[in-house]
Design a protein around this ligand. Sequence first.
Ligand code: AMP
Length: 570
Amino acid sequence: MDTPPFSELGLPDTLLAAIETLGYERPSPIQAMSIPPALLGKDLVGLSATGSGKTAAFTLPALAKLDVKQGYPQVLILCPTRELAVQVCEEVHRLGAKMNGLHATPVYGGAPIDRQLRALRSGAQLVVGTPGRLLDHLRRGSFDASRIKMAILDEADRMLDMGFKDEMDELLAALPADRQTLFFSATMNPGVSRLIQKFGNSPEVIQIEQKARTVSTVEQSYFEVRQRSKVEVLSRILDMNPPRLGIIFCNTKRSVDECTEDLVNRGYAADRLHGDITQQMRERVLKRFRDGAVEILVATDVAARGLDIEEIDIVFNYDLPTDPEDYVHRIGRTGRAGRSGRAVSFVYGREIYRLQSIERYTRSVIKRERIPSVEQVEGRRADLIFDDLKERLESGKFDSYQDNIDRLLEQGHTPTDIAGALVTMIREASGREGSAIEEDREPERRERREAPRRDDRPQRDDRPQRDDRPQRDDRGPRHDGPRDIIPQESGMTRLFLSLGKTHGVMAKEIVGMLYREAGLPDGCLGRITLFPKHSLVDVPEQFVGQVIDRTRNARLRGRPFRMDVDRGPA
Ligand code: AMP
């Protein structure tokens, strides 16, 4: 669905600036339809599912109405669970990042009440909470509901299903009668209707028209991938089946920038398109993509609009779209003109629900695939080199190098060794060595439909910021690797290890050695990258000393090694 830009919705500049920083390029349909009437003070009923961008749809007008100079509760957001309350409060902080003096707090059951009391007393203006605990605060007098201007019910149907009817009734009845109320619900049922009738004031009903669409020839699948492993998994998929042309769709400009940078650092011919790219640059990128000089285009939905290229054989949903219609548009870029096409989506945690609604919308089954292992990728890469080699031999298009080869044969090297060494060199020269991901270390998978835990939520905002990188230690070693530009997670320090692929070392051996020798807690290691002559290992800052000390006399593949804080390329 085409939506107008955020700047046309009537939002104040402070919020537009925060949206720009987050890299949201345009409103999702529920945002475009809810924000203008909500800003006009109307009551709303928004029928929309998780993943549609509904949180920003109600948070933005709520923040626009809030007076940061007043230190009392003005906006109340009711959520069914503690997880959702925390998540919504995080979005409030992200979208309100440019509002000086904003004070928002989550309030939920199962947590000590003291801290919540302090937060409420110290001037919270926006309160996000679960009905039971909020009612508790209302009764104790610690939550002042008398000046609430706007009440929002997030996932109203779920709150009723969870048996919060009485609490919601009591809370809503305690609010000023002239307040504005926004009801958000995935479904409409008699319970939700009753709530709306009792507590709404002729609300406008907003429902996103979703005509089911079928997507025919495209083979659709998904991989369960954590945010931090997305680039590694993407590289593995690309290496298993190198596409002629592929498009990677991201939801934000920031995500496009980061993904492109990571791919270029890994040696792929990738370039990007998003709303901040000038028209002149856009044309240049598209020409290079059409010509095949750029094999992988990373883009937002808006930037890819109107793109009509037939030879695209794979489309990635690096971020799952908020609008199922965008999914259909995205994957429609492949499988054109009778060609076969493939659409791959990356999904994690709660996003599985969004995938299910896409399946319903497209009336198609999106099958789960397993992430290829480093070994499978290595094997496949060798196969591809041998395929090329065979083609060369058959076409006769190669130089003979007779003298050099004869010399090696005279020195006693067999033809098999010479060929093997050459293929190894070609493989290494591609500079695309895989790094470990958590999925490699924990092969056992969760069931697809299992309800995700809070820790499993995609960590969209945990992306490492370049400026947050730990200071490098000047005493550490320097190396010849091209890839320490790989972003480092905050809280992690990158260590240099003086052994690499040519020493036959594998990522899982480094992991084993570190847990064994340094006694690290399970699952704490970050990214491991193998280079021909060295490796880089991301270790939580607090364990750096422990790792360096305890591995001093350790061996890997029978060899002693040096381990120190990495200083980057010489
Ligand atoms: P929600 O439906 O509110 O759970 O949002 C789903 C995801 O979409 C969240 O990760 C949001 O940060 C993200 N999101 C919300 N609005 C936009 C937008 N206009 N553009 C890109 N991402 C968005």
